[in-house]
Each structure stands twice: as C-alpha cells, then as structure tokens.
Design a protein around this ligand. Sequence first.
Ligand SMILES: [Ca+2]
Ligand SMILES: [Ca+2]
Ligand SMILES: [Ca+2]
Length: 199
Amino acid sequence: MKLTLATSLAALAVLGCSAPPPQEAEPGATGPQARMEQVVSSSSGMVGGVHPRQIIALFGARLRDGVTDRELVGYRRVFGFGDRDGDGRHSMKEYVDEGVYMTRQARQGIFNAADSDDDGFVTRDEYVENRIITDEAKRIFERMDADRNGRLTSEELVGSGILKDENLSAAVFHALDANGNGELILPEYLRTWGRWARN
Ligand SMILES: [Ca+2]
Ligand SMILES: [Ca+2]
Ligand SMILES: [Ca+2]
C-alpha cells in the first residue's frame, strides 16, 4: 500500500516514531561501508561554498534549541518503550529485529543513522539527538514540498525561497539528491541532512 507522505507522517507521529515512510527506504544505505562513504563525503566539507552546518541553519534548523522540554520528555519516553531490557540503550535486536513499525530495512537505516558513535547500540541520548534532527528536518521538507506529494524537486526547493541564493539552492539540492534523479524523497534527504546536522 502506498501511503501519502502526510498520512505516513501522521501515522508515524501517532506511533511516536521518527521513521520515513516504508516504501521510500532505499537499498545500500546501511552497514559499515555506507557509513564510511558517508564520513568520507561529509569530510569534503563545503556545499556551494558554505559549511553544511551553516546550510541547515539557513534552512531555519535550530536543532536542540528548537525543542521544548515537553518534546524531550516525549522522545525519552518513546525511547523507553523500545528499551525492553531497560539497559538504557537500544540493541539491534530490540530496535531492528523486534521492531514492528515500517520495514526492517527502514529500521536498520534509522538505527545506523542514530548510532552516531557506531558502537552497535543506540543510547537514549543518541536516540533523542536523532529524533531532534529528523523531526525538524521533516517539518522543513514538508514546508518546501509545495504540491505535498512527498517528493521535493529542485523547483520546489528554489521556489520555497528558504535559501535566498538560487545558486546555493541548486548546489544544496544537488548535494541532497544522492541518486541524482532530480527529486528528493525523505530517507534520501534525511541521510545527508543528518550528516550535516552532526557536522
Ligand atoms: Ca551508539
Ligand atoms: Ca513535491
Ligand atoms: Ca533523488
């Protein structure tokens, strides 16, 4: 079943889950090798002459500063639901194998993105950080997705006027469009955005 983005996000919000819609998970984005490639590409630095962290600030991202205490409490509570053995971290077994929302592949992608120290576990702080980054990034994506079809085109990004500079907008779109097909879907966008936010 193909859900609309709005429907999926609404469902995910109900589930307290930060995951992208299942049909949009892309292969090849998980595992140590993908992670290494991500590190290498992010180390190349600037996008359109601007530091990635500055780019997401230009998009209006506030990261931790944009989150209320109440939201933090909610994120921690949701983390606790998944931490079945109560050891303060999600194991691969708890989150990926025993998770029930989305596809296994989508859960694996989220787990890898959240595990920022790459030790095979997602601590509560890692989980909360990932929720802060991705929930905000999704709201920004939705604002730019003028026709609300869950796919962001370069025209939509430039047309949103969020980045004042059109050349920068084009460079940013190019950097986000990892598979080069001329449109961004959420998991694709979030992978690069997540790296920029942790940069
Ligand atoms: Ca970890
Ligand atoms: Ca669109
Ligand atoms: Ca694309």
